[in-house]
Ligand binder design. Structure first.
Ligand code: BJ8
Length: 423
């Protein structure tokens, strides 16, 4: 029987056969990693539903919104201010992908030793498997790492791509540059949408995105409880879905889930017994469906209690100041908030170490596992400094490098088990 979304996928120019294969594999993967968990909170049913419909209902919503005149912007980095997109009554979607798909296409343009995240977004797009990219009116790139910024030049030949300049230092000149870029981005979004971004619209978008961040911060805070009320896999999934879902609906559902988790905590209930080894993950962002390491860590008997990552606390820690009076104030507040993100592309980036230490203490982590994607120089190189710093602070540390393939699951498991034993 034909899938009820087949016509829509055809119109989006997907390769239907390959796409069906992808959904089958992902469905099985999701079952094994997510649905087989014991004692999941009831509120995760919403996330299961969203994931089940991620290429279906969500794409239909986006298609209908486009038919009514809305524009869609795809992003790859948490440095792109979503508030500006929403203020122009447009849709913002995170496009990073976490699966080894379409590598043979990606490698026609990119060196083999390119990080998996970059290859993956090329692969998904060139293999005609990503309904999100194909729904975009404009993709927004950024000059963060060298790999991404050079890849966008090529990507622009397939999908219109606009690039924001993100500086690599955090001094006053860098901040001024980014403030200019925020304004240039606002002009671009207004031009593409044909909608003027007024102060009122921008302020409500700031409040909306802040509400979502507050809900995610609340979730992070609840995870300090022992026993842990939610698994790291589920918390990661929530952070991943935040990039795709309608922000208002998502926030309501996460607030409800947090109510449930707080009740669980009060009853001293958790997903793993009290005193289970608690791990803080830190490093490169994990995009859907990059669930390998959390699966390995939790499958080895530990529980993940936090993510120092852009799909995690780096994306939620700071809010945009809402005490603003005019457009200038708001653009300044957006600049301040975004320039506080501690991505490894910045130098120096000492505040990231402080963040990790603080998270490890608040969340009562027994150890930190640092994850870098193979060929990601910023995170792999920075991990040496993180190791030194955590050693000084007496926090056990394990450094792992991996890609999206499942071939190294066993060696990873061996290293994680040895680490858990040691702590
Ligand atoms: S703010 S972490 S989302 S750039 S893994 S593509 S860095 S080679 S993803 Fe990131 Fe923005 Fe920074 Fe966050 Fe390059 Fe490394 Fe690949 Fe990476």
């Amino acid at each position: 029987m034909a899938n009820k979304y087949e016509e829509m996928w055809k119109r989006l120019d997907l390769d239907l056969t390959a796409h069906e294969g992808l959904l089958t594999v992902l469905g099985k993967f999701y079952n094994d990693i997510y649905l087989d968990q014991k004692g999941r909170p009831k509120g995760m049913e919403y996330l299961d539903f969203v994931m089940g419909e991620i290429h279906g209902l969500r794409i239909r919503e986006i298609t209908e919104a486009k038919a009514s005149g809305k524009k869609v912007f795809g992003t790859f980095c948490v440095f792109v201010p979503e508030e500006i997109i929403l203020a122009a009554d447009a849709i913002a979607i995170g496009l990073c992908s976490g699966a080894e798909v379409g590598n043979e296409y990606a490698e026609r343009y990119l060196p083999r030793n390119t990080c998996a995240l970059i290859k993956s977004f090329f692969g998904f797009s060139l293999a005609r498997l990503c309904p999100f990219t194909n729904s975009c009116d404009l993709v927004i790139g950024e000059t963060t790492c060298d790999g991404k910024k050079k890849a966008y030049e090529i990507f622009n030949d397939f999908t219109p791509t606009y690039v924001m300049e993100v500086p690599h230092t955090k001094g006053p000149a860098a901040k001024e540059l980014f403030r200019y870029e925020v304004e240039r981005f606002k002009d671009k979004v207004e031009q593409v949408t044909g909608n003027r971004i007024t102060g009122d619209r921008l302020l409500s978008a700031i409040r909306l995105v802040n509400r979502r961040r507050r809900a995610l911060k609340r979730l992070n805070a609840i995870r300090a409880a022992d026993p842990a009320p939610i698994s790291g896999r589920d918390a990661l999934l929530i952070n991943q879905v935040a990039f795709y879902d309608d922000p208002e609906r998502f926030t309501k559902n996460i607030e409800r889930l947090c109510d449930e988790l707080e009740e669980r905590t009060a009853r001293h209930e958790g997903v793993a017994p009290e005193a289970t080894k608690r791990i803080l993950m830190s490093g490169c962002p994990m995009a859907v469906p990059n669930w390998k390491l959390p699966y390995v860590v939790e499958g080895s008997g530990a529980v993940i209690v936090g993510e120092e990552s852009c799909v995690g606390q780096r994306n939620t820690r700071d809010l945009v100041d809402e005490d603003v009076h005019d457009m200038n104030d708001m653009l300044d507040a957006i600049t301040d908030r975004y320039m506080g993100i501690n991505c490894a592309v910045f130098t120096p980036n000492e505040s990231r170490l402080r963040d990790i230490e603080q998270m490890a203490n608040i969340l009562k982590a027994d150890g930190v596992i640092h994850y870098s994607l193979q060929f990601c120089q910023p995170y792999a190189i920075e991990s040496a400094k993180i190791e030194q710093g955590l050693e000084k602070a007496g926090i056990p540390f394990l450094r792992l490098e991996t890609g999206y393939s499942m071939e190294d699951v066993e060696p990873l498991k061996t290293r994680v088990e040895a680490f858990l034993e040691m702590i």
